[in-house]
Design a binder for this molecule. Structure first.
Ligand code: NDP
Ligand code: GDR
Length: 322
């Protein structure tokens, strides 16, 4: 059997790095699309660098997408690139629409032109549910996004479905709930908490400033979730799947576990509520049902919320050790 080839956009991000590891383990030729920057941001894939072929490209530039697909000749395309931080989407709403929404159409058009037989994965999000119309959310739950990011992702989701139906493409949308890891960006709340707990423990910081401690999310482990992306593209028919843990926890609970793991005791001695981190609009009770994924893909989450926060805190304690 010839080696399969996969192209990952967003390979320098959290999910891109774990997915690249998984695909290399599965024997793929892995290609990554990266955008030019004055300083490189390869920290998460430094250890894989010599095993990946890189292609310069940007979701805003159609020519570069066609060229990346043409030269990587992919059997599978994973479109993970996006402006992914919800809070920034209120500061840069039209840029978010362009990267995170219309960027998906550009990728699909590039695939139609350069590799119409390839299989396509779109990184959709639980943020599309927003003001939730049922609990738990499934593949059939209507969307009501509550952020410019969620609106852009809903566009990306529907254009993926539309291209599948219009052009008979093998295009799948994975509706993933929050997933975290020691490679999570520092601005996302779980990593912000585990990093600060470790930094306070090592005497590098004195406090942690947060917004809404009562916000709830369905949080899973990124390493478990990239497996689901891959499994979706191994099916002969393209369909959409919710990937979640079917459990929700609060930001407060995340603090309790992280500060306990760091040996600091009561987190409230260190946490300061700062309005700057409260959002203009919040999502409701996000909690996902992974029943369909378990039935069709044999997928289920393997890491509990508590295990996840403890492993992230341990990693940050090690990272920041003087
Ligand atoms: P990250 O923010 O860690 O990574 C985003 C990636 O997208 C980076 O590699 C970034 O490159 C790249 N990127 C951003 N804009 C562009 C652009 N214009 N052209 C090319 N590349 C670009 O995100 P995650 O890994 O956490 O998430 C992966 C995907 O999954 C995203 O689409 C996200 O919205 C979605 N998602 C994530 C969830 C989560 O909980 N993590 C849940 C549901 C969906 P650079 O390094 O140059 O900045
Ligand atoms: P989210 O993740 O918006 O769900 O998007 P984030 O970790 O940013 O926020 C989760 C919740 O925590 C509350 N919160 C804070 N959030 C941040 N970032 N910083 C704070 O100080 C803070 N205090 C409280 C937020 O209000 C929110 O309710 C993530 C991203 O990965 C998206 O790309 C992805 O699509 C969704 O998850 C599913």
């Amino acid at each position: 059997m010839p080696k399969k080839s996969a192209l990952i956009t967003g390979i320098t991000g959290q999910d891109g790095s774990y997915l690249a590891e998984l695909l290399l383990d599965e024997g793929y030729d892995v290609h990554g699309m990266v955008r030019r920057a004055s300083t490189e941001k390869f920290d998460r894939i430094e250890h894989l660098r010599d095993q990946i072929t890189f292609h310069q490209g940007d979701l805003l530039d159609q020519r570069s997408l066609v060229d990346a697909i043409r030269s990587s000749k992919p059997d599978e395309i994973y479109n993970l690139a996006a402006m992914s931080f919800v809070a920034t989407s209120w500061i840069q709403p039209t840029l978010t629409a362009d990267f995170t929404g219309v960027g998906v159409t550009r990728m699909l058009e590039a695939m139609r032109e350069a590799a119409p037989e390839a299989r396509f994965y779109q990184a959709s999000s639980s943020e599309m549910f927003g003001k939730v119309l049922e609990v738990p959310q499934t593949e059939a739950t209507p969307f009501y996004p509550r952020s410019p990011y969620g609106v852009a992702k809903a566009y990306g989701h529907f254009i993926t479905v539309n291209y599948r139906e219009s052009y008979d493409l093998h295009a799948t949308s994975g509706i993933l709930f929050n997933h975290e890891s020691p490679r999570r960006g520092l601005e996302f709340v779980t990593r912000k908490i585990t990093w600060h707990a470790a930094a306070i423990k090592h005497g590098l910081q004195k406090e942690l400033r947060l917004g809404n401690l009562d916000a709830e999310r369905d949080w899973g482990y990124a390493k478990d979730y990239v497996k689901a992306m891959w499994l979706m593209l191994q099916r002969d028919t393209a369909e959409d799947y919710v990937i979640a843990t079917n459990q929700s926890n609060t930001v407060r609970e995340c603090c309790e576990i992280a500060f306990d793991e760091a040996g600091l005791g009561d987190f409230s001695k260190y946490v300061v509520i700062d309005e700057a981190f409260v959002r203009p609009a919040e999502v409701d009770h996000l909690i996902g049902s992974y029943d369909k994924a378990e039935r069709d893909l044999g997928w289920k989450p393997e890491t509990t919320f508590e295990q996840l926060i403890r492993l992230m805190t341990k990693a940050d304690l090690e990272l920041l050790k003087p």
